[in-house]
Design a binder for this molecule. Structure first.
Ligand code: PAF
Length: 280
């Protein structure tokens, strides 16, 4: 496994690979890798000759009062995990190379990014789209993979790729869950024991929504009410949103369309922001 931190070196490396006709797959991450990230490597591996994992904690996607400074960083363990999972290259650029002091160009998607996390995290998707566009330009992947856990991020990036004709195909990997249903997340390590117990309510709430649909009730209001009720049973949980949206456009649904509607939620569990979602 190669570790590359220089943008120039990465560019000349992929130019050589592309010259040889190799298909390149990219799994962009912010490190603190868990099984969810490693499943991205597996998915992209099936399509690509060369798998690049990028690790970059992107300051532009964190708000001023968010957890950029305390976001977990564990380079040694991440490199070992990438190697064990069969990544070919880990690209871990320096902040100054990606975002030099005179950096001044941003990418903004203005439809799918507007609701949900776009409301509570202003500027977040602008930061994500910008950094992913840079990674696409540097790594020139044929395929890039993102997790369904960040469903809105995946939708915004698909739209960016379509609107701006990026020559890359986006794959979306299913959510990986703990045994009790909690979606894997780098932020789960912030949770203390009691909080971890209550965190299971997120996936339970989604399953309640799914059950209601399975029983033939397609009412958005009914599902949102039941989900909200279940989450509210924990005094640690403050709901940021519970919504049912079209899974591709993130626009609110009037009635559930099984297979197409996404039940999605974000909460504060004490000081930790958690998100989860499920296709109904
Ligand atoms: O999903 C993430 O970890 C990040 O948002 C991404 C896509 C790597 C961009 O920084």
């Amino acid at each position: 496994m190669q570790i590359i931190s220089s943008v120039e070196e990465m560019q000349s490396y992929v130019t050589r690979l592309r010259g040889k006709g190799q298909l390149i797959g990219l799994a962009p991450t912010m490190g603190a890798l868990h099984e969810g990230h490693l499943s991205l490597i597996d998915m992209i591996r099936e399509k690509s000759d060369v798998v690049i994992v990028s690790i970059f904690v992107n300051p532009t996607q964190f708000g001023p009062n968010e957890d950029y400074d305390r976001y977990p960083r564990q380079m040694e363990a991440d490199l070992a995990a990438c190697e064990a999972r069969g990544a070919d290259i880990v690209f871990m650029p320096d902040r100054e190379d990606i975002l030099p002091p005179d950096f001044s160009t941003y990418i903004e998607e203005n439809e799918y990014s507007q609701g949900l996390c776009g409301i509570s995290r202003p500027g977040h998707f602008r930061g994500v789209a910008t950094i992913v566009a840079i990674l696409f330009n540097v790594c020139r992947p044929d395929f890039a993979v993102f997790g369904q856990k960040d469903a809105q991020q995946a939708a915004v990036l698909q739209k960016m790729v379509k609107d701006l004709y990026f020559p890359v195909e986006i794959l979306v990997a299913p959510i990986v869950r703990e045994g009790d249903g909690l979606a894997k997340s780098s932020r789960n390590r912030y949770l203390e024991v009691g909080e971890r117990t209550d965190a299971v309510r997120l996936s339970q709430a989604l399953n309640i929504g799914k059950d209601i649909v399975a029983h033939g009730n397609l009412s958005v209001d009914r599902i949102k009410a039941e989900v909200t009720h279940h989450l509210s049973q924990s005094r640690r949980i403050r709901i940021i949103y519970v919504e049912i949206v079209d899974k591709d456009t993130m626009k609110p649904e009037r009635e559930v369309r099984p297979g197409q509607s996404l039940l999605t939620l974000a909460v504060w569990l004490d000081q930790t922001r958690l998100i989860d979602n499920m296709i109904l």
